[in-house]
Design a protein around this ligand. Structure first.
Ligand code: ANZ
Ligand code: ZN
Length: 806
């Protein structure tokens, strides 16, 4: 039975740490700074789950390790406190989002403190507080002033159930990410951030940051750079339009063109005969989701507009159709259709009996089935016949460019970031609209635009703030006349795009952050959080940093130098933890039973950090027993007296082997392998204690064991350290350094005797066994018995090899 009461022990040391303020960030320290940051969490009402613990306790292990390695670790914590969950909760329960959020934050702070982390709470930020969102609004104004925020009417994703507009990223397979309802379209005037201006820089920067390759690839695909060209088509009867294509080499095979149903040109060119059908089709298309529309397997639909265009390369007259497989928001919203070489065009042409004409043949000349979508050789393309696809693109676009009918063009799949939300619980957008002056930014000295408390936020399709006259009606900052405030709030991803800049300067009343201070603290050295943020938060934050860098507000252009994603802890059944499955593991019960240290240590030992995996009750029990075993060892060693400090080879070897591996593995977030080495060390120490241990040596080894354990089981290690007479605090000690010489095995000199005569001598590792020695001797000294047969081969390890031959 363990003597240590983990709960009491943890309380004792947490109080002592708080009292002595040992985790307070020391601004004046000469040590190199190291900014460790976990993605902050939503105060969602639910308790901290095992996933939070996994994320936060192990990054704390890392932070403690860096601290013990001489770094001045900055480790802040805060809350991403605006957003839908609190508002939805309010709609359900009638509890005001502000009240529930503040309550939840308090609870979560307590839970986080139970982890025993090194967070310096003096630097906490809560994004829903006016002293924070004032500066979120300031960020908005800077983007506006630099032409990076603009308003436009656009078709937006609309969730009919949440009664709100959704960003593209919040639409999952055509449905609302939050409630699963089929998403529809709606036209609204909204604010956008021009992230597309940074497409190229966002791609370029990926080459300079230490992030998981998979995440970088996801961002790269999300940005979706596409090198192609534009081709201008004249409309028969007047006017023109441009298409974006990546296959200009196929221009001779264009047998019709398609304009997206939302494109304004459609109304202008449609003939009166075709108008009713086109109108009906536009309504149909408005109901479909973007993903469905792009799918190659979906049944193609479309309508002829009655108008014709002229193919600029050969003067051919081609019909203009409208079809929803062409999106308004990509490229120019117009496509040259080449059914012989594009799957979607092929399916469409088959269905509507449009001509299909081959213009590309494969390189080996075989007559491949259509649609043939690979690269090849141009045919039926006039003077371009015989060119390769690549040569064809260059030649066709080059020729068109000369006549001002097209040219090379790069497109990005990335869209501008829609930030307006028709929601209550967010930062108000700091803009007013005046009849005389139009769109006017709120002057910076009038920030924050306060979010009023008394608002009817029941969703009914209008923004809740619109229903609060006191909020809406204001005076124009330019002319003093009557004006109206923007009634939308900002996407919460705006709040989280800059919080890492606020932490080091969280109490600044004069500016969002002090440039000099921030330049000394950032970039974040280690950022830890979920992979699900690859294309939203992590891209937005990079965009903000780059934009503020170009405005001169920060001196660096990447916010997070190094990024780690934690894996997901599954239930014992290997399934995702969920209330409905009943497989949720509650950290609160576990720490009551085992203590925070045991849970922390199990999370470290039981999983590959980046992979995660299923929960295992036996695993945490084993870790609990291990810590008890360490306690018994410490209690046995502590009272020992005397000894000369004589090293024991095996213990010293295991000790240094553990030091070396733990020091290598923690920075790589390979916690499980590090803990395994510590366990081996404990085994070696027990074995040594069975003999006649040297007290002085053993005590030193036990103290080093505590140092190794400290990042994983901080309260426990602090206690064991003090039982061994170590001075407070273990976290002010240096992490042990490996003595490489301890890893060299001692050698012994052995003799080889053949038929009773010593014929050779050799050195070999003292712990080499019979087999290893025999293998060595047979390989090394075979000439000693060449041509003879071995009758006996006797090995006496450490002394002699006796060989009898005839
Ligand atoms: C003619 C063509 C022939 C095309 C061919 C492909 C194959 P990525 O690589 O994704 O940039 N396209 C252009 N704008 C579009 C829009 N708004 N909605 C749907 N499709 C659009 O794809 C570029 C290709 O997608 C373009 O090249 C165009 O079709 C289509 F054998 O032009 B292609
Ligand atoms: Zn005005």
């Amino acid at each position: 039975e363990s003597k240590l009461n983990f709960t009491e022990n943890e309380k004792k040391w947490q109080e002592k740490w708080a009292e002595t303020g040992i985790y307070k960030y020391d601004k004046d320290s000469k040590k190199p700074k190291h900014y460790v940051l976990e993605m902050f969490s939503y105060p969602s009402g639910a308790k901290l789950h095992v996933g939070h613990w996994y994320n936060y306790s192990l990054s704390d292990t890392y932070a403690r390790f860096m601290r013990m390695n001489g770094y001045n670790v900055f480790h802040p914590m805060g809350f991403d406190a605006f957003g839908l969950p609190a508002e939805n909760y309010a709609i359900k329960t009638g509890i005001h989002p502000q009240d529930s959020t503040m309550q939840n934050i308090e609870t979560m702070e307590e839970q986080l403190k139970a982890i025993g982390g090194t967070w310096d709470w003096d630097y906490e930020v809560k994004t829903c507080m006016p002293d924070y969102y004032k500066w979120t609004q300031w960020c908005f104004l800077q983007l506006y002033k630099h032409g990076l925020a603009y308003r436009k009417a656009a078709p937006v994703n609309w969730c009919p159930s949440c009664n709100t507009v959704l960003a593209n990223e919040q639409v999952v397979e055509g449905c609302c990410e939050r409630c699963g309802t089929q998403v529809t379209k709606k036209h609204l005037t909204q604010w956008f951030f021009k992230i597309t201006d940074y497409a190229e820089q966002l791609l370029e920067g990926l080459g300079r940051i230490d992030w998981p390759e998979k995440t970088k690839l996801m961002q790269k695909n999300w940005i979706g750079k596409s090198q192609g060209g534009e081709v201008k088509f004249d409309i028969v009867g007047g006017g023109d339009f441009t298409v974006f294509t990546t296959r200009a080499d196929t221009l001779f095979g264009c047998t019709y063109v398609v304009i997206s149903p939302e494109h304004p040109l459609v109304e202008q060119i449609t003939t009166s005969v075709q108008l009713p059908a086109v109108k009906e089709y536009q309504e149909y298309a408005a109901r479909a989701s973007e993903i469905d529309r792009l799918s190659t397997t979906r049944e193609k639909t479309g309508v002829f507009t009655g108008a014709y265009a002229v193919n600029p390369i050969n003067g051919r007259k081609v019909p203009i159709w409208t079809a929803d497989y062409v999106l308004a928001s990509y490229g120019t919203g117009c496509v040259m259709a080449v059914p012989a070489h594009d799957e979607r065009d092929y399916a469409f042409a088959e269905k509507y009996n449009l001509p299909i004409e081959r213009v590309i043949r494969s390189k080996d000349g075989s007559d491949d089935a259509l649609p043939f979508t690979e690269h090849g050789i141009l045919v039926n393309s006039g003077k371009y016949d015989g060119l390769t696809t690549e040569e064809g693109k260059q030649a066709v676009l080059g020729a068109l460019a000369k006549e001002d009918r097209g040219g090379f063009k790069i497109n990005y799949r990335l869209r501008d970031w829609l930030v307006s939300r028709q929601r209550y619980w967010g930062a108000p957008i700091p803009m007013v609209y005046c009849e005389k002056c139009g769109e006017v930014p709120v002057p910076e000295d009038q920030l924050p635009v306060q979010l009023p408390y008394d608002v009817d936020f029941t969703p009914d399709g209008t923004s809740p703030l619109a229903k609060n006259g006191e909020f809406v009606n204001t005076t124009c900052p330019v002319c003093g006349g009557p004006a109206k405030r923007d009634v939308d709030t900002m996407d919460t991803f705006v709040c989280s795009s800059w919080y890492y800049l606020r932490y080091p300067d969280n109490k600044d009343k004069k500016e969002a952050w002090n440039r000099e201070l921030i330049d000394s603290m950032l970039p974040v050295d280690k950022y830890i959080g979920g992979a699900e943020h690859a294309c939203m938060h992590l891209l937005y934050a990079r965009f903000f940093t780059k934009a503020f860098h170009d405005m001169g507000y920060v001196g660096f252009d990447e916010p997070f130098s190094s990024l780690v994603h934690q894996g997901v802890i599954l239930g014992p059944d290997g399934e995702k933890m969920s209330k409905s499955r009943g497989n949720v593991i509650s950290p609160d019960e576990l720490i009551k039973k085992y203590g925070s240290d045991t849970l922390r240590m199990y999370l470290a030992f039981g999983f590959n950090y980046v992979e995660g995996g299923p929960w295992n009750d036996d695993g945490i029990k084993a870790v609990s027993r291990f810590l008890e075993r360490v306690e018994r060892l410490v209690d046995a060693v502590a009272p020992m007296q005397g000894g000369s400090g004589q090293l024991d080879f095996d213990v010293n070897y295991q000790l240094n082997y553990a030091v070396k591996n733990v020091a290598r593995d923690i920075p790589q977030f390979s916690f499980n392998t590090a803990v395994a080495r510590i366990m081996e060390l404990v085994n070696a120490m027990y074995k040594y204690m069975d003999g006649q241990p040297d007290a002085a040596f053993l005590k030193e080894a036990a103290k080093k064991l505590c140092l190794l354990l400290a990042p994983f089981a901080p309260h426990f290690a602090e206690e064991m350290w003090s039982r061994l007479g170590g001075e407070y605090s273990i976290f002010n000690q240096d992490f042990p350094v490996c003595d490489e010489s301890a890893l060299k095995r001692p050698v012994v000199n052995m003799a080889v005797q053949v038929n009773g005569k010593v014929r050779a001598k050799f050195d070999i590792s003292a712990d080499a066994g019979r087999e290893e020695i025999e293998r060595y001797v047979r390989g090394e000294f075979a000439e000693l018995w060449e041509g003879k047969e071995i009758v006996k081969f006797i090995v006496v390890p450490g002394r002699i090899v006796n060989i009898v031959v005839k």
